[in-house]
Design a protein around this ligand. Structure first.
Ligand code: ADP
Ligand code: MG
Length: 315
């Protein structure tokens, strides 16, 4: 019986893995010369999804770190009592640390609780401590309970000696008063969507909440960004979910998707973002690309809004 012909050497290298590595290499090279436009006014983005474990904190931390790496001045507000963003950014957040709890409940100035992250010189974090778990209840009886974060943030930004380019607010997995405070303080909403079963479940509830906030508390709030995370290109399901989400939100979904990657999940246990933990890994590259996309799209959007304003006044 005739032996099957051996693969030629070119075929041997034309494997999915080899293609993936070559692709990663090209993307790495492209990133080496990537620069981003800095916004002329602070972009305040709340990272929300009432589902837990979809990549909110991971996305907040790594997008913030990536933007800081590009040279932006970035503040992360950790509004989740679990304090995972504070951990990943390597800032102190034991029970006695002045934290976002003190800002919301005891009127501490935000400037008094902000710490510099060891990750980048231009990356800062307002930590959460376990006290924040009680804030959801304590806020109920506070004056202007939905506006407390907004007021604190406005004062902080007005008094700042240097411009802040981005503020990211990492929300807990619920639609309680903490999340409402984030929605009222922000101008933009970013939703990370996990490319798994039930990805779209609960999304209409979230969109409904955003509409309510727009109507009653913060009219300019806009859903600008959706990021697909934990993507596994080998599964039909992930591709199906991605296609569905793009079908519904063509202009909000970033073209970059974040792969499921071990390095991304390892980084927080070293008190790091994946951007510094393993800068050349697929996870870091994807978050750097996503961050550049957020910056560019934001600049395009600002220009469009400006032109609309100019023609409205001029016409
Ligand atoms: P959330 O803040 O929405 O609850 P997290 O960001 O904490 O979600 O992510 C949930 C878990 O999934 C964490 O253990 C995190 O390390 C892991 N994770 C997040 N994104 C990725 C990814 N792209 N690849 C692998 N693991 C991930
Ligand atoms: Mg979280």
């Amino acid at each position: 019986m005739k032996q099957p012909e051996r693969e030629s050497s070119t075929d041997l290298f034309d494997t999915p893995l080899a293609r993936e590595l070559a692709d990663l290499n090209n993307r790495r090279k492209a990133l080496a010369t990537t620069t981003i436009p800095l916004p002329s006014s602070t972009r305040i983005m709340t990272v929300s999804n009432q589902k837990g474990g979809v990549g909110k904190t991971t996305t907040t931390v790594n997008i913030a770190a990536a933007l800081a790496k590009y040279g932006a001045r970035v503040l992360v507000i950790d509004l989740d009592p679990q304090g995972n963003a504070s951990t990943a950014l390597g800032v102190t957040h034991h029970a006695e640390t002045p934290s976002i709890y003190d800002v919301l409940i005891d009127d501490f100035p935000l400037a008094d609780v902000v710490q510099k992250s060891p990750e980048f010189d231009s990356l800062f974090c307002a930590p959460s401590t376990l006290h924040l778990a009680g804030a959801e209840i304590e806020l109920v009886s506070q004056v202007a309970r939905e506006h407390r974060l907004r007021t604190a943030l406005e004062t902080f930004l007005q008094d700042a000696s240097e411009p802040w380019h981005y503020v990211f607010i990492d929300c807990p997995p619920s639609l309680g008063l903490l999340t409402i405070n984030a929605f009222v303080a922000a101008k933009e909403v970013m939703i990370p969507i996990q490319c798994e079963y039930y990805a779209l479940e609960g999304l209409s509830q979230l969109l409904g909440s955003i509409q309510l906030i727009q109507k009653h508390l913060n009219p300019p709030l806009t859903l600008t960004t959706i990021l697909l995370t934990m993507f596994d290109s080998r599964t039909n399901l992930a591709n199906q979910v991605a296609e569905d989400v793009r079908g519904h939100f063509a202009s909000e979904v970033l073209s970059t998707v974040i792969p499921r990657a071990v390095r991304i999940s390892e980084a927080p246990s070293f008190g790091q973002s994946v951007i510094t933990y393993d800068p050349t890994s697929a996870g870091a590259i994807s978050y750097l690309e996503a961050a550049a996309e957020i910056a560019t799209r934001g600049a395009d959007r600002a220009r469009t809004l400006e032109n609309q304003g100019a023609s409205a006044h001029g016409g």
